[in-house]
Ligand binder design. Sequence first.
Ligand SMILES: Cc1ncc(COP(=O)(O)O)c(C=O)c1O
Length: 278
Amino acid sequence: MNDQNLDRQSSLHPETLAIRIQQKRGEREHSVPLYMTSSFVFDDAEQARAMFADEIQGNIYTRFSNPNVNEFIEKLTVLELAEDGIGTASGMSAVFTGMAALLKSGDHIVAARSVFGSTHQILVKILPKWGITHTYIEGSTREEWENAIQPNTKMFFLETPSNPGLQLYDLEMIGKLANEKGIILNVDNCFATPIIQQPMKYGAHLVTHSATKFIDGTKMRLIPPYQTVIFAADTSHEFASNLILDRPHPGLGTTLRQVLMGIKSTIYPEFPVFHSIY
Ligand SMILES: Cc1ncc(COP(=O)(O)O)c(C=O)c1O
């Protein structure tokens, strides 16, 4: 089997996909080597120009993309039934990025009350600084979610099971409502992992993981920078243009620059051809 050409819609079992989705082998190695390099070299100036111009795909700088991060993202997007994803430096930067990238001042989040403590801090301390408000609900009935929606509600956020309360939410019911109302459903799936639960089956648009939990199989390792935010299949949705189309330069720095400073494009004087539009 060619690991590079695995069909994303393959009928292979998740256990097989988790192992078989691998980067191209360079030396017939069994395990993928760690690419501990800040940047990558080019065959010639023309290849560099073409990569910076996004005419051909390839690794340029590790914050943009790196074979190990690429593999991690690819495995998770396939397992989570997502279209694309980005790797960030921690689970919290993933949670923050998903919210900061897709919301703007004046927007509102409806969140299930049982969220991880640091996510709570983002909702109550950080986002309000930029005029992004939230309403907490218990979240077990459709009425609660529906009644909490305001004209400016842009996102539903929940963890299921939650940390540490192990609260469970009805993804099918919440996903249906979110899609009926045109609201982004953002699910932190790090406790269940996609092996047990795939929120996108129920209409989630965004799935977040903290890779220090069950996704590493042991929940004991810290494997930065392989935390991830994953995006759904609907590229017509507003968030697709914010982040997915920015590939292959999905670094957190890019995202934050875009979101926090309102920068619409970057011109690199040394590379006039690389004019990055966000
Ligand atoms: C549900 C949940 N989301 C997000 C995070 C944050 O992840 P990290 O510690 O990798 O920043 C955690 C960490 O405990 C968590 O339990």
